[in-house]
Design a protein around this ligand. Structure first.
Ligand SMILES: Cc1cc2nc3c(=O)[nH]c(=O)nc-3n(C[C@H](O)[C@H](O)[C@H](O)COP(=O)(O)OP(=O)(O)OC[C@H]3O[C@@H](n4cnc5c(N)ncnc54)[C@H](O)[C@@H]3O)c2cc1C
Length: 327
């Protein structure tokens, strides 16, 4: 693939989400998109490690802006801090992964820099009058193309919406610029403690390419859901019924009042597909439903449906996937 020619000379600032020292997969997706929009600069909240600087250079980043003190800021103040970097760089476009926290950061960042804001995008393209964000609506039955009326745009792109592709150009070590930002005295709230979630071998729910979701139909036994997720290298999610029952932690809840996901593959087992749940998963690439009731509403949005008992279907699917992988 030939790297497209940047649309404008103004820099694009990519906010790099990271897990410890490692950029998250969503960061590489943003860097892929950014190549078509302009010269790339990256913002790293925290102190950027040398290995990450080199990795970002290999992905086409010209300069890395680290914000060591911003790591302890809450999303709104982080947005203000990033706004100072945007102004210093003169960026015309800012790209972030469209996660719950980042959308809060993006709103404040847009406010601080007089930019227009577009979130939950599934694609970002150069246009004659600035970047165009593509969004899916109403269970992905409508596609919207939007652009800001301001000259600067802040765009949040859903994880997994585009394929990350490394550039053809050789790696170059980016310059690192340190920005001293501290919590503003007017901050309404401060971070007082941070407790990392217990480590898991499964991918992060918001970024996973495959998510297997259990609902009331599991009756509290998530073993087949977890087993299929592990066979596919995916994450485990749940409906609100399952989290309210205490069958799994609330951080696994997908939907209007939970996490929004857009994996390449969503598998719902014993999930009816209520509107509140759909709100958090309807833009998934391929939707597979396993439900014993053929009239269940989830079949209306499923690309592939299995009418059957999840306790029979899921173990068979997991065994077959493992057999194929080994073979
Ligand atoms: C304000 C508000 C916000 C909400 N926010 C959310 C949210 O963020 N996320 C969310 O998920 N919900 C949310 N809800 C709840 C939502 O409306 C539904 O009640 C919930 O999603 C249903 O969960 P479920 O599909 O697990 O259960 P049910 O609707 O009871 O469906 C269970 C399904 O399992 C099937 N089943 C049963 N046994 C088996 C079996 N052995 N094998 C296969 N299939 C089987 C049944 O046929 C049925 O279709 C919200 C509700 C409100 C009012």
């Amino acid at each position: 693939m030939t790297d497209p020619t940047p649309a404008t000379g103004a820099p694009v600032l990519v906010v790099v989400d990271h897990h410890g020292d490692e950029p998250r997969s969503s960061a590489y997706e943003l860097l892929t998109v950014a190549r078509a929009l302009g010269p790339i600069e990256a913002a790293w909240v925290g102190s950027v490690p040398e290995a990450a600087v080199e990795r970002l250079g290999a992905w086409g980043v010209g300069r890395v802006h680290e914000l060591p003190a911003a790591a302890d800021l809450l999303p709104p103040e982080r947005g203000t801090a990033l706004g100072a970097v945007v102004e210093a760089v003169g960026a015309s476009t800012v790209l972030l992964a469209s996660t719950f926290e980042n959308k809060e950061t993006a709103a404040r960042l847009a406010l601080a820099t007089g930019a227009g804001l577009m979130v939950d995008s599934s694609a970002v393209e150069p246009g004659p009058d600035g970047v165009v964000a593509v969004q899916q609506a109403f269970a992905a039955t409508w596609t919207l193309r939007a652009r800001t009326t301001t000259s600067r745009a802040v765009v949040a792109l859903k994880p997994n919406a585009v394929q990350a592709v490394a550039p053809e150009t050789g790696p170059a070590r980016p310059q690192v610029v340190t920005h001293d930002v501290a919590a503003p005295a007017t901050a309404a709230a401060r971070l007082v403690e941070r407790t990392p979630r217990p480590a898991s071998d499964r991918p992060d729910l918001g970024e996973a390419q495959v998510v297997v979701v259990g609902g009331r139909g599991t009756e509290g036994d998530f073993t087949p859901v977890e087993d299929l997720a592990d066979a596919l290298g995916g994450a485990v999610g749940a409906t609100r019924v399952a989290t309210d029952e205490g069958w799994i932690g609330h951080e696994a809840q997908i939907g209007q009042t939970g996490v929004t996901i857009s994996p390449r593959l969503y598998i719902g087992a014993g999930v009816s597909g209520a509107v509140h749940h759909r709100g958090g998963m309807q833009s998934s690439g391929t939707i597979v439903a396993v439900n014993s009731d053929p009239e269940s509403p989830i079949f209306e949005i499923a690309d592939f449906g299995v009418v059957g008992d999840l306790f029979t279907v899921l173990p068979q699917a997991a065994a077959e996937i493992r057999r194929i992988k080994q073979g």
